[in-house]
Ligand binder design. Structure first.
Ligand code: NAP
Length: 329
């Protein structure tokens, strides 16, 4: 978002030993530590941070064949995520191709269980390696112990700040991606007369769709989707539907609950292509879920704009939107 105050100290680490060195340097001085990746899904408070920011740049890519169609790929947490998606796809593997063009680093993907177009990292993650501050050692955490939920994991909830992820291991397959595909993907395939897409075609489609709809964070300051899609009860859905002329977009999830499109709620609460002169913030004209910084000077202004949206959605639909990017420190 190009906002927020300065860090007192900041260091890049490119190996596990450099990570250990940075952690012990900070702990010797009793400084708090925050570890980040690409920085695409975080917002900094205006006060900044009186501690050490560690930027994880740990590299690595090691693919081991499990059998003729499957491989386990171990990737350094500091690798650029989309470069990794490109590499697995060009090696003929499927499993993360729908997660193409997501900005940020590889080690960040399990934190919010990154997902898009029907794939999420929890589906392919075998295990990850991390430095555990509590154990003061490196640990291997199997996927079943990550408490993955919808855009969530233990790393952003119960164990926030405890683990520094150093690598992730994914199980990928040479099998073709299977339908049904998300509507936007299906439309792309039909328009291009493709009936049996491979991973490379899905990647191509996702890149085309995302580039046409989402702002490039290198050019326009944004955090991607700013609010998570709320998971609500059938009764809540019926209440929203009762006050809406058009069908409320929703999908079934576990335990009889439904996921409702946050973008639809934001747009229908009055924030379609909305440019807020008071704060300098706006909603992206092609996707209201993406908040962009057009002229805001502080994180306080971003938060003011966020609150306007949350209040309007609450007032109209009785739903409290949850912020997706992490506010630090
Ligand atoms: P879209 O295709 O217009 O769909 C809008 C919403 O409907 C999405 O949030 C998606 O939920 C949901 N949806 C659509 N088809 C679905 C299906 N068959 N089953 C279940 N849910 C369905 O969405 P969009 O805004 O252009 O985004 C497309 C994908 O990219 C989505 O998966 C979205 O999460 C992802 N994305 C992520 C970010 C980010 O920063 N994290 C930013 C933009 C887009 P889900 O979000 O649960 O998939």
């Amino acid at each position: 978002m190009r906002l927020g105050g300065p860090a007192a100290h900041l260091v890049d680490v490119a190996s596990k030993s450099e990570l250990l060195e940075a952690i012990s340097w900070a702990s010797n001085q009793a400084l708090p530590i925050i570890s980040i990746g690409g920085g695409s899904n975080i917002i900094w408070q205006d006060d900044g941070f009186e501690g050490l920011v560690i930027i994880n740049k740990i590299p690595g890519y090691d693919a081991v064949a499990v059998d003729e169609t499957t491989a386990e790929v171990t990737i350094g947490a500091g690798e650029n995520w989309d470069d990794i998606v490109a590499r697995t796809v060009s090696d003929g593997y499927s499993g993360i191709e729908a997660l193409s063009l997501i900005p940020g680093s590889t080690g960040a993907t399990p934190v919010q269980n990154v997902g898009a177009y029907g794939q999420e990292i929890a589906q392919t993650l075998v295990h990850l390696e991390a430095f555990d501050v509590e154990m003061n050692d490196f640990v291997t955490i199997p996927a079943e112990e990550c408490n993955f939920g919808y855009r969530s994991s233990r790393f952003k909830t119960t164990d926030r700040g405890r683990f520094f992820i150093t690598s992730i291991t994914l199980r990928l397959s040479k099998d073709k991606p299977q339908p049904p595909f998300y509507p936007a993907l299906q439309r792309y395939l039909e328009e291009h007369n493709i009936t049996e897409p491979d991973a490379a075609i899905i990647r191509e489609a996702v890149i085309a769709i995302r580039s046409s709809k989402l702002p490039d964070p290198d050019l326009v300051a944004n955090n991607g989707s700013f609010f998570a899609n709320p998971i609500i009860s059938q009764q809540q859905l019926a209440a929203i539907q009762a006050i809406s002329d058009e069908a409320v977009p929703h999908w079934p999830t576990n335990e009889g609950l439904v996921k409702v499109a946050a973008a639809w709620l934001v747009e229908n609460a009055g924030f379609k292509d909305f440019h807020d002169t008071q704060t300098g913030m706006a909603t992206w004209h092609k996707q209201p879920l993406v908040l962009v910084n057009e002229g805001a000077q502080s994180t306080e202004q971003l938060i003011e704009f966020r609150q306007k949206i949350i209040a309007a959605v609450q007032e109209k639909f009785g739903i409290t939107l949850e912020q997706e990017p992490e506010l630090l420190p």
